[in-house]
Design a binder for this molecule. Structure first.
Ligand code: MEV
Length: 321
């Protein structure tokens, strides 16, 4: 028996950082997916091969440890923690294609986590609904990263466009029937989400009367952006992205490289562009209803870029007997 599960990457369209203070955020699932294939290993070992990242290793279930010579083996922690939720420790071959730039704020670890939980649970004939997969995946991110909002794992599980408030009971999936064509510009400089979130908190403690209104303003941008997206008001979506970027800059999470990409995208035809995710490195998102190829070429001249659109599909599982 073999199971293949996949789950999408994500990009935050509006509201990062302010979401930490209970403001809403809007994120989209991208049509870039991580794939996880699970089959039996008769050696009774749990072997992982992440083909596109050139990472291999064995997971020691009993001792909760990882044996791997790969310098980038950190991602194996997510896989070990994921399978522990839904597996008894018997032999498995796990073959993964991530297909998403890692460390770029695009939710690669969440996509791998969601797809691993889905594949291994289906392999073990454990029926999980989407809310259970999302819950386990968020627990895994918390175990490995210590702090994480449920945004990445929620978007990866459900797909589509998600409006989320950290202290809300329910997530809201925004129903749209138009595309959201974007270009993601990314650096290989990883922003440390924990440190960036802590940095904003420190500035907020020092300048509460300045930073609190900025956080409130980001919340207002998100509310306006929700309406603009639902109405497919392209000009407004772009303008609100630019405003959101300016507000993120005032929170201190921008970098020269990100700024360079943001303005390059705007100057070559993007309707709007901003940091996506925690900042401090990582990625930008440019909204490109027109002239997408030109924008990609201009971003590739300075950093890396990929074209993406919204993926309506969240986690998917296929079982081969
Ligand atoms: C990081 O992708 C988004 C932040 O808002 C942090 C979080 O929501 O956990 C910066």
């Amino acid at each position: 028996m073999q199971v293949i599960a996949s789950a999408p990457a994500k990009a935050i369209l509006f509201g990062e950082h302010a979401v930490v203070y209970g403001k809403p955020a809007i994120a989209m699932a991208l049509n870039k997916r991580a794939y996880v294939k699970v089959s039996e290993n008769v050696d009774n070992k749990i072997y992982v091969d992440i083909r596109d990242l050139d990472i291999t290793g064995y997971l020691d279930f009993k001792n909760n440890s990882i044996k791997s010579d790969s310098p980038k083996k950190g991602i194996l922690k997510y896989i070990l923690s994921s399978i522990k939720k839904v597996h008894d420790g018997s032999g498995l071959n796990i073959c993964i294609d991530v297909n998403i730039p890692i460390g770029g704020g695009l939710g690669s670890s969440a996509a791998v986590t969601v797809a691993t939980i889905a594949a291994v649970s289906a392999y073990n004939k454990i029926e999980l609904d989407e809310s259970e997969i999302a819950k386990y995946a968020h627990e895994v991110e918390l175990e490995v990263q210590k702090s994480a909002s449920p945004l990445d794992t929620t978007v990866s599980t459900y797909g589509g466009l998600i409006y989320l408030e950290t202290d809300a009971e329910d997530i809201i999936q925004l129903e749209i029937d138009h595309d959201i064509p974007v270009v993601i510009g990314y650096t290989y400089t990883r922003g440390d989400t924990g440190k960036l979130v802590a940095g904003v908190r420190i500035r907020r403690d020092i300048y509460p009367e300045i930073i609190n209104p900025i956080i409130d303003l980001i919340g207002s941008v998100v509310e306006e952006a929700k309406e603009a997206i639902l109405n497919d008001d392209k000009k407004r979506i772009g303008e609100l992205m630019n405003i959101n970027h300016g507000l993120l800059d005032t929170l201190g999470v921008n970098t020269k490289e990100l700024s360079n990409m943001v303005y390059t995208a705007r100057n070559t035809g993007a309707f709007g562009s901003k940091i996506t995710g925690a900042g401090g490195g990582g990625s930008i998102i440019a909204y490109c209803p027109e002239g997408i190829e030109k924008i990609i070429v201009s971003l590739k001249e300075i950093e890396n870029a990929l074209k993406a659109d919204i993926s309506k599909e969240g986690v998917k599982i296929k079982v081969y007997n």
